[in-house]
Design a protein around this ligand. Sequence first.
Ligand code: EPZ
Length: 433
Amino acid sequence: MEELVIEGGRRLQGAVQVSGAKNAILPILAGCLLARGKSVIRNVPNLKDVRVMGEMLRELGVKVRWQGEHRMEVEVVQDDRIEAPYEWVRQMRASFWVLGALLARRGQASVPLPGGCVIGVRPVDLHLKGLRAMGAEIEVRGGNVIARAPQGLHGAEIYLGGHFGSSVGATVNVLLAAVLARGRTVIHSAACEPEVDDLANFLHLMGAQIRGIGSPRLEIEGVEDLHGVDYFVIPDRIEAATLLIAGAITRGDVKVVDARPEHLFAILDTFREIGVPLEAGDRWVSVHCGEMVRFHSVDITTHPYPGFPTDAQAQMMALLTTVEGISVITEYIFPDRFMHVAEMNRLGAGIRKENAHAIVEGQRRLSGATVMASDLRASAAMVLAGLVAEGRTRIQNIEHLDRGYERLEEKLRALGAHIEREKVGVESARISA
Ligand code: EPZ
C-alpha cells in the first residue's frame, strides 16, 4: 500500500499542466466498440480507471495498445464477445457504459450491475429505461443486466431526467446505442457535461449524426457504420479546479495550463464570490493570492452542468474550512457525498453534516494528522487540507486518488508543496463500529 505524507504551510507558486479528462476518455473508450477500424486517442490521462477500461475492452475483443504515456490505439478485432466480466465493472462502474455500445453493435450484452459506492446507491434505472425505449429486451438476473435486441435497436423519444436531474451515465449509454439504431432518437434532459459533449464530438467524427451537442436535447439519426478516428481528449476540468483550489488554499500564485474557462464557469464564479483573485485566457486560468487577501464564506449547491460540479464539492469544502465565516454546502446530486467531513474534522475543521447539507465553520487552524481517503474526490480534498494543516498529514488508502489524478503529488511538488508518496505495509482500514 502507499500513503501520501504532506508537510503543510507552503505557498504554492508556478504553472502546472492539467491532464486529459478521465470522465471524457472513459465513455470515448466505450464508444470505440462501435467502430470498424483503428482509432488513435490522444491526451489520454494515465490513470487506473483508464487502464481498467482498457482491460474491459480487451475482454470484449478489442486490441488496446498504449503508444507512449498519453496515447492509445484501439481497434475491434473480434466482435462476438458480449459478456463484460464483473472483475472490471466491480472496480470501475463506468465500464457499465459498454452496455449501450454492445447492444448497438453486437445485438446483445450481459453486463454486471455496477452496484453502489461510498458516495451513493448509484442506480441505473434511467439507463435501462432509455435502452428499453429503443427496443432492447432487458432482464436483471444474477447481478447482471442481460440485454438483447434481436431485431436491432430503433430510434425513440426518451426523457432521461431523474429525481436528481440529468444523468451523465444514462445519457452516455443511450447515446452510444442510438448512433447505430434504426431511425431517429431524441434524448430530452440529456446531460450537458463537457465530457458528454466530448463523446458526442468523437462519435460525430466517426460518422454519427448528432444534433444539439452541448444542449439538453440531443437528436440522433442512426447510421449503418462508424469508422475509426484520431481524437484529442478535452482537458480535465475537475483536476483543473483541484489545482486552482490548491493555489487558493495556500494563498499562492498558481497558473493551470490547458484549463478551459468555458468548462469552469460555476467554479470561477464561486472563486469570485469568495474573493479569490483570478485571471484567465483561452487555455489557462490562474489564481494570484497575496498574503493579505481576505476570503469570504459562501453557500454552494451542486447541480448538473453547468451548475457547480459535485466532483469539486469536497475540494471546495477544504478551501472553505480556511475562510472566515460560515459556509453551507448542499449536495444535490449525491446527498451522501460527505465522507470527507469526518476526516477533515480530524484535521481540526469545524464541519457539521445535516442531511444533504454541510455547515462549514471557517477560519479554523488545521493541524496535521493521519487521515483516510474514502473515495476519489474526498482523497483530493484531504490533500488540499494537508497543504495548509500545520505539521505533518498522512493520507492512507490513496489508491482512490490514483483512480482520477495522474501523479498529483508530482504536480503539487513542482509548485513547491512538501509532499511525498511512501510505500507502507498492509492496507489500513478503520475498524467499523
Ligand atoms: C458521472 O457519474 C461521473 N462519473 C461522476 O464522477 C459524477 O459525479 C457524476 O457523473 C455526476 O456528474 C464518470 O463520468 C465516470 P449520474 P454517473 O448518472 O454517470 C442519479 C468522479 O469523481 N441517477 O450523472 O454515475 C444518480 O444517483 C465521478 O469522477 C439515477 O437516479 O452519475 C445521481 O444522484 C464520481 N438513475 C444523479 O442521477 C440513473 O439511472 C447523477 O448521476 C442514473 C443516475
